[in-house]
Design a binder for this molecule. Structure first.
Ligand SMILES: Nc1nc2c(ncn2[C@@H]2O[C@H](COP(=O)(O)OP(=O)(O)O)[C@@H](O)[C@H]2O)c(=O)[nH]1
Ligand SMILES: [Mg+2]
Length: 340
C-alpha cells in the first residue's frame, strides 16, 4: 500500500513540493517585470495585517525588483514614455523566485517560480519554450493593450504574437493534457481604456476573444476543457500613465507614446495582487483535489497543513470577478474548497 502511494505521488504530475511553476509568455517590453514588481509592491499593502502571510522574494529577485521599481518611478516623473513592443531580445531567461509564508523561516510555504524569457525565443528557442510549457502549472500571457486595440489591432500580432503562441501550444497538445493548468491573460498598459469605464461591454475582453480566438478555442477542446482554467485579469502596473498616441520612426516602426494622467501622477499600481490570488486559488484547489483522491496518510507528503491552507485561502478566495476579471473557463479548477 505504502509503495502504491509513493508511486502515485511520483507519477502524478500535479503540483508537488508546494511549488508552482509559472511561465510568462510575452514579448520584450510588454510589461512582465513591471507586473512582478507591482505584484510584490501591492501584496503587502492589501494583505490583511492579521493574516500571517507574506510574499517574500529571494535576494536576487528582490534586487531585480528594486531596480525595476526605481526605473518605473523615474519614468512616472518624466513627461512621456516611449515603448516599442517587439519580438526582439537576445538576453537570457530569468527566474523570479518567491515564497508565500508566515516568514522566511517557516516550513509551511508555497514556492512560486516565475520564468520570464525574451519574446524572440518563440522563434529561436521553440524547443526550450515547449519544455517550459510542459513543466508549468500556470502560464501568464501579458497583453499589450494599446497594440491590441489601437488602429484596428494592426500591431497586435507583432506585439502580442497570438498566432505564434497558439502554434506552440498546439504542438505540445499531448503533454499539455497531462495535468491541470491555469492560463492567465493579463492585459497591461490599459489605463486609458479603464478610466471611468463601468459598462457591461468591455472592449478589451471583446478584442481578446476575437484576436486570441484560436488559442481560446484550443483550450475548449474536449481533452482540455476540464483541465485548463482560463482567466483574464486586467491590471494596472503603473496606474497614472495613459496611452496617448502612436508615432512612427524612420523605418515605419510604431512607437507607442504614454503620458501622465495629470501633473501629480504617482506610481500607483492597481489590482496587481489579483493574478496572485488566482494563482493561489488554483494551487489550493489542486492540492485539495489531489488530497481527496488519495488515502488520508498521503496528506503527510504535502507539507500543507489545514491551518496554512486556510490562511492561503483567506487571501486568495476573494479574487475579483467583474467585467475586467473574467473566468473564460474552468471555474471548478479555482473553487474546490468544500473539503476545507
Ligand atoms: N502605461 C503602462 N505602462 C506599462 C505598464 N506595464 C509596463 N509598462 C511600461 O512598459 C515598459 C516595459 O516593461 P517591462 O516590465 O520592462 O517589460 P518586460 O520586458 O516584459 O519585462 C515599462 O518600462 C513601462 O514603461 C502598464 O500597466 N501601464
Ligand atoms: Mg523584463
Amino acid at each position: 500500500m505504502f509503495k502504491k502511494i509513493l508511486r502515485y505521488v511520483f507519477d502524478n504530475p500535479g503540483i508537488k513540493k508546494n511549488r508552482i511553476n509559472i511561465l510568462m509568455i510575452g514579448n520584450s517590453g510588454v510589461g512582465k517585470t513591471s507586473t512582478l514588481t507591482a505584484m510584490y509592491d501591492r501584496f503587502n499593502r492589501v494583505v490583511d495585517k492579521n493574516l500571517e502571510l507574506q510574499l517574500i522574494p529571494d535576494d536576487q529577485t528582490a534586487n531585480k525588483l528594486s531596480i525595476k521599481l526605481k526605473e518605473l518611478k523615474r519614468q512616472i516623473g518624466s513627461d512621456f514614455i516611449r515603448a516599442k513592443p517587439t519580438l526582439s531580445g537576445t538576453s537570457y531567461h530569468n527566474d523570479f523566485r518567491f515564497i508565500v509564508a508566515k516568514d522566511e523561516d517557516s516550513s509551511k510555504r508555497i514556492e512560486l517560480i516565475f520564468r520570464d524569457f525574451p519574446g524572440g525565443y518563440l522563434e529561436s528557442e521553440r524547443q526550450k519554450v515547449k519544455n517550459w510549457i510542459k513543466e508549468s502549472d500556470v502560464i501568464v500571457i501579458p497583453i499589450d493593450t494599446p497594440a491590441l486595440l489601437e488602429e484596428g489591432g494592426i500591431y497586435n500580432e507583432e506585439a502580442n504574437s497570438p498566432e505564434k503562441i497558439y502554434d506552440i501550444f498546439r504542438s505540445v497538445k499531448g503533454s499539455f493534457e497531462l495535468k491541470n493548468r491555469l492560463i492567465l491573460l493579463v492585459p497591461l498598459k490599459s489605463e486609458k481604456y479603464l478610466s471611468g469605464n463601468l459598462y457591461y461591454t468591455n472592449n478589451i475582453r471583446d478584442a481578446i476573444e476575437r484576436e486570441f480566438a484560436n488559442l481560446l478555442d484550443f483550450f475548449q477542446i474536449s481533452s482540455l476543457k476540464h483541465k485548463v482554467a482560463v482567466v483574464m485579469t486586467t491590471i494596472q502596473t503603473l496606474g497614472d500613465i495613459k496611452f496617448s498616441m502612436i508615432e512612427k520612426n524612420q523605418d515605419g516602426k510604431p512607437i507607442f507614446i504614454y503620458k501622465k494622467k495629470d501633473f501629480g501622477a504617482k506610481y500607483s499600481p492597481k489590482d496587481t495582487e489579483q493574478p496572485l490570488k488566482y494563482i493561489l486559488a488554483f494551487a489550493i484547489a489542486e492540492v485539495l483535489s489531489q488530497r481527496s483522491k488519495l488515502n488520508s496518510k498521503i496528506t503527510d507528503f504535502f507539507e500543507f497543513d489545514k491551518e496554512f491552507l486556510e490562511t492561503l485561502d483567506t487571501f486568495a478566495n476573494d479574487f475579483k470577478q467583474d467585467h475586467n476579471f473574467v473566468i473564460f473557463q474552468g471555474k471548478e479548477l479555482l473553487k474546490q474548497r468544500e473539503i476545507l
